[in-house]
Structure formats: structure tokens, C-alpha cells
Write a protein of this length. Sequence first.
Length: 296
Amino acid sequence: MVVGGIRIGELSRRTGLSVDVLRAWERRFGLFEPQRSASGYRLYSGRDERIAHDVVALKAQGVPLAKAVALARDTPVQAPTAQVLIARIDQAVRGLDPDAARRAVRASSEALGVEAAMVAVYLPYLRLLGQQWLDGAVTVAHEHFVSHIIRKHIGTLAQDPHPGGRRTAVVACPAGERHDIALLMIATLLTRRGWSVRYLGGDTPLEAITSTAARTRADLVVLAVTRPEILEAAVPAARQLAQSTHVAVGGPGASIELAEQIGATLLVANPVHSVLRLDELVPASRERLKAQGAAF
């Protein structure tokens, strides 16, 4: 006798798929594994429901049905692919479902690890969302909705268990720049690699960034921009800042030319690679002085 499970009518209601479609997928692909109740009814499990949702989400992104079925069906045995994880977030966001969106975002870092989730899921999904907005498939409300959820989740990953006395980084978007999720990823990854990070977020005047760097004796300042004109306006102050500490610039608005004008390191689009490079490039000034016998 089977305990639990739902009948196909309830599965249809929960997934938004007709009974005929569910039966066709089951016949054609063997997609579900229903069991029989004592009364002979076919009962579908939570796994069957999840697979159906994943197929719907993947198809909504243009994945062909056969491939969507293969991707969705494989995930119970193996770690979900990035494509499946993106599809889950996308489906939750389109439905403006906060609980499902939080679960999908959290599941990505649990399944792939923090670094891989950032590179393979969160950033590609945000690019997908931007394209959907241009196409009119979603609104700015969807972008704000999921940005808040992703930002909050990434923030929880930046817990700092280390003592003081390490390299210090000031991380910010200059005035006029509010898109800070990729910057928050860099701040989180630096923290996880043992840096002491002062995260100032978006739309921060260069004067405030400079004064924070001076007060904290920062070893590194990271600036991120999506539009070149924002960094162009900041070049004089950033160039002066680069005379006293290491400066790195990144984002779609940064370029080799602007980095050279500032005397800064140009970061690549991949936040993990960027942080690994910074970890190698930026000397630990406090550690260096301590080795020379200076007291702090």
C-alpha cells in the first residue's frame, strides 16, 4: 500500500499542465514513477511534481522538450545542473513567489558551492532576466524582486569568522552606480578568503570611498561600474587614490583604457577569477610591516 502521493488531477492543478499533457509525457518519456494506491489509483510523488515543474521552467527558457526532460529527470540522482537551477529561479521569479525564489537561490549554492553558484547560476540568470526585460517578458518589478533575494542570500555567505589584522579591502560602486550584486559577490569572496572587507555598496561618492580607505588603511579598493561615463567622472579622484593603495576596477563600464588612466587593475567578468587574482596581486602590507619588526 502506498502512503502519501497525489492523483493526476492534483498534479495537474499544481503544475498548470493538463492531465493529457502529463499522461503524454509519462507515456513518451517515462517521466514519472507513479505508484498504485490500495484502491488502484495512480499516485504521484513530490519527486514527480518537482520534475514536472523543472520541465516547465526549462521549456519556458526555450529548451527543447526532450532535452528539458533529460535535464529534469537526471537531477534527483546527480547534482542539479546550472541550467536546471537557473530555470527554477526563473519560474519562481516569473510567479513572484518569494518562498520558491528563496529556496531556488539557496539550493543553487547548496548544490554547486558558493563560487560555482555565483558564476554558473546567479550572474547568468541576471543576464537572462535583463534580456527578458528588454523583450517585455518581465518588468522592473521582477528585477527588483529577485535582486533583493539574491543580494540577501549572498550577504549571508559573507560571515567573517576571522580575527582582525589581515588585509583590508574597501568595496563600492561610485556615485551614480546602483547595480551592486556582482560587487557584493566580490566582497563576499574576499571575506571568505580571509580579507577584512568594508562594503559600501552602490552610489557611494569617491570622497567617502577615499576617506574610508584612509581610515581603515586599506590594502585594496574595488570599484564597479556598468556604464563607462560613471568611471570616467571618477578618474581624477580614483587616480589620486591609486597613489596610496591598490585600486581595481570592474564591470561592463570598466575598460583597459580607463584602468590605465587610473593606474588600476582591470578585473575580469568572473568574480572568482578576479578575487583569486587580487589575492595574489595585492601584498599584505600589515603582514609585511610586521615581518620587518614594525608594531601596529
